[in-house]
Write a protein that binds this ligand. Sequence first.
Ligand SMILES: NC(=O)c1ccc[n+]([C@@H]2O[C@H](COP(=O)([O-])OP(=O)(O)OC[C@H]3O[C@@H](n4cnc5c(N)ncnc54)[C@H](O)[C@@H]3O)[C@@H](O)[C@H]2O)c1
Ligand SMILES: CC(C)[C@H](C(=O)O)[C@@H](O)C(=O)O
Ligand SMILES: [Mg+2]
Length: 355
Amino acid sequence: MKKILILPGDGIGPEIVAQARRVLDVLRNDGLEIEMTEAPLGGAAYDQFGSPYPEFTQKLAREADAVLLGAVGGPQYDTLDRPLRPERGLLAIRKDLNLFANLRPAILYPELANASTLKPEVVSGLDILIVRELTGDIYFGQPRGVHVNEAGEREGFNTMRYAESEIRRIAHVAFQAAQKRNKKLCSVDKANVLETTEFWKEIVTDVAKEYPDVQLSHMYVDNAAMQLVRNPKQFDVMVTGNIFGDILSDEASMLTGSIGMLPSASLDQNNKGLYEPSHGSAPDIAGKNLANPLATILSLAMLLRYSLANEAAAVRVENAVKKVLADGLRTGDIYEEGTRKVSCSEMGDAVVAAL
Ligand SMILES: NC(=O)c1ccc[n+]([C@@H]2O[C@H](COP(=O)([O-])OP(=O)(O)OC[C@H]3O[C@@H](n4cnc5c(N)ncnc54)[C@H](O)[C@@H]3O)[C@@H](O)[C@H]2O)c1
Ligand SMILES: CC(C)[C@H](C(=O)O)[C@@H](O)C(=O)O
Ligand SMILES: [Mg+2]
């Protein structure tokens, strides 16, 4: 029996995960064989165990086939020592489980064409996959910290680094994803300035020799940020490092109407994965039953697809999301005149009913 670990996390995390859990309960009642456990991560874990990724959570995460996460973080934790902050718990679990491949699909549902920040004709039919490397780059490079430099001044520093093997394995994931789609891959770098990403470009170009059917292009990250809002449909699959992927995926989310719509899968070599919405813990709306749970529910669909290899269940969940959107239900972040504004839990009710 497959084991799923649920990590509600902080802020809106418990609210949105509760709705995804209801979806999972429906699937279970219909015969999906899974075991579910729950544990804290981030601030909630710090409050309970004094660490953002405690041993209790680590043990269950290592045993699980898949992990579903809400979000971590919140202003009440910002003054903690750096290693104790909630975000470090998230980085720790990604590294511990070797989840190097972060897939962030930015898909515009036709019903949300007017919720996008771009004109409908620029975004209609948009379907981009951002493949973000997740366990390297400036996020993890040593040395890092804050010290007093030679001039006697305090200085903060991080190190951007990528080993060849790290670039190769994410490039393979991206090329293989492109092969299953429109066979177009854009690698995003800052090779004009940064050696790390000049090296990235060299290695991705080398890996391309194994995928002659995929058309590879390269783009500087500043231009990519601009092109995403100018003409996003020029992209099919984008592959990039950890920091650029973090920023570009938030940008891409707005093309789909709201960051509350963007799911993600973070996978290891064997499709064990952690699934979470791309957004954060949204402290400004936490505890108010206002958050959009659809990115989390769509992340659950990715979990069913990749870690449980249950395509039928994944499609069933995605179709239920499409149906509630077609029925005109909207949380505040995607609301527009002529649609029906609902709370987080009412959106969950509707998805469960649509299932
Ligand atoms: N994966 C994660 O756990 C994750 C990701 C990003 C940020 N964070 C953390 O979350 C905290 C808040 O960060 P932030 O404010 O920069 O980003 P955020 O994504 O939490 O919020 C940005 C804006 O988007 C809105 N928003 C986000 N998710 C929403 C949803 N589902 N429905 C409706 N509106 C939504 C918020 O209300 C806010 O106005 C920080 O501690 C940050 O480190 C965690
Ligand atoms: C919370 C933070 C560590 C995280 C990241 O930067 O990877 C988040 O922004 C994300 O996009 O998942
Ligand atoms: Mg982010």
